[in-house]
Design a protein around this ligand. Structure first.
Ligand code: MN
Length: 469
């Protein structure tokens, strides 16, 4: 175990003991995403309160423990000398909660919640807790934090190279790529919870031929992007920066992200200032923040750069980041058409990749983002960019999987390892891009010998028809 990478801020401890079990039986199922070693945070409305309330919860097996209730019923941490935990569970203090949770208090609460849900708890306490436990399938989930700002990076070298070679065949990778974690400011207002329908956007598309007039209508090349995001717990003051050595202390945890993308709108609008309306119509996040503590056993070294690649500048470099800045998270994308759902068919797995394949680490993204003095705030969402690996089976969007289909008048040149074969669904339907009624489902999980498997749940959304123009 000594040779396994670990973050200096998030050690492996007794809360990762694989032998721990819960009195919530479903949490002991070997296939669950939510054993007692995970305990991700969520915001939810219990049955009967959909659309009316916003509670803080912890997912355990098939259930959600309502922490806002529990805090008043059972002392979350009986011997705490810190702030009154019960107070920070009130909705109006969400920023404070996120800050506290990413610090030592979060660690104490993790231990205490694990104790409360563990098999050694006394019968009386267990009985009290049972009344605050809800069946997850009967709850309504919000995004896991109130997201104030959303930034999306572009941290996969494989994705950047593929997309670059389509749009700029002679110059696929711009000269800054290996020096700067490239990103753009996304739109926080349109970040939605998993399960929200996604309306096909309408927008301006390039002229069919050079010099012609552009058109305006429903997006024809509708795509998803498989991404991971992290939620900021502790922010920084305007004008201050976040040192790479401290960057992970500012992170609360990770969630799944689908950065829905309108490729035809993107192609026409993205130069010279980057994505705009091609992305801002919707971004879906999974309902759970899997905390940095829970992820401790699943850390990996940062991406190994090719011998000829430049080293990052000193402000983006640290020993800990190089040795343990990555995350070993398996990521999968599933697709189900309306016809498949009607016929009761299972969604089709269309790709499988791993988050360790990213060229830049999350710590480098956060450090770079704040390096000009830009202030991060609790609840900010920073997403990784499309997670793509080396092989075709690990490409994280349809643009790469079907090499842009043949949708453009002059489709991009194929490069070795690519082809324009559409995806064939079990109904015989073919897909180069998303059709109305298609559901995209992203899943993620971590596995390592000697530890309990933990997962992220699902990030899903169904494409609905565009509004009429
Ligand atoms: Mn993206």
């Amino acid at each position: 175990m000594a040779d396994h990478p670990t973050s200096p801020h998030y050690p492996i401890d007794e809360t990762h003991d694989p032998s721990l079990e819960s009195w919530v039986e479903s949490a002991n199922d070997p296939g669950t995403d939510f054993p007692i070693q995970n305990l991700p945070l969520c915001r939810f409305a219990p049955p009967g309160e959909w659309g009316l309330s916003d509670h803080l919860g912890v997912r355990i097996g098939d259930h959600v423990l309502d922490l806002s209730d529990v805090a008043y019923t059972v002392a979350i941490h009986s011997d705490s000398g810190g702030p009154a935990e019960a107070e920070i569970y009130e909705g109006e203090n969400e920023s404070q909660l996120l800050e506290e949770w990413s610090g030592p208090l979060g660690r104490r609460i993790r231990k205490r919640v694990q104790e409360l849900l563990g098999t050694s708890i006394d019968a009386e306490t267990r009985k009290k807790l049972e009344s605050h436990l809800h069946d997850a399938s009967e709850c309504e989930f919000a995004p896991p934090a109130t997201i104030h700002d959303y930034t999306d990076f572009y941290a996969s070298l494989y994705h950047a190279t593929s997309v670059g070679s389509m749009f700029r065949p002679d110059n696929p990778l711009l000269p800054n790529y290996k020096h700067i974690p490239i990103g753009y400011h996304g739109r926080a207002s349109s970040v939605v919870a998993s399960g929200t329908d996604i309306r096909r956007p309408v927008g301006q598309q390039a002229p069919a031929e050079d010099g012609g007039a552009p058109s305006f209508g429903p997006c024809k090349l509708f795509d998803y992007e498989l991404e991971m995001g992290f939620v900021v717990g502790r922010g920084n003051e305007l004008g201050e920066t976040i040192d790479i050595a401290d960057a992970e202390k500012h992170m609360l945890g990770l969630c799944l992200v689908n950065d829905w993308s309108a490729r035809d709108l993107q192609k026409w609008e993205y130069q010279p200032l980057g994505p705009f309306l091609a992305k801002s119509f919707a971004t879906t996040v999974s309902p759970y923040i899997v905390t940095m503590e829970a992820l401790a056993p699943f850390r990996t070294a940062a991406f190994t750069r090719d011998a000829g690649d430049p080293s990052p500048l000193p402000y983006l470099t640290s020993e800990a980041n190089s040795s343990a800045g990555g995350f070993d998270i398996t990521l999968e994308v599933y697709l189900a058409s309306e016809q498949m759902r009607t016929k009761g068919m299972d969604p089709l797995k269309i790709s499988s990749g791993n988050f360790r394949d990213m060229y830049w680490t999350l710590a480098q993204m956060l450090t770079h983002h704040s390096s000009n003095g830009c202030n991060m705030q609790p609840g900010d969402l920073l997403a990784s960019g499309t997670v793509s690996g080396k092989d075709k089976s690990s490409r994280g969007c349809l643009l790469e999987l079907t090499w842009n289909g043949d949708a453009f008048a002059s489709p991009p040149k194929l490069v070795p390892g690519t082809d324009r074969t559409p995806i064939t669904l079990p109904t015989g339907e073919e897909r180069k891009f998303l059709a109305d009624g298609d559901e995209v489902i992203i899943k993620g999980f971590c596995e390592r010998e000697g530890f309990r498997r933990i997962g992220f749940g699902e990030c899903r959304g169904i494409v609905t028809p565009a509004r009429t123009v």
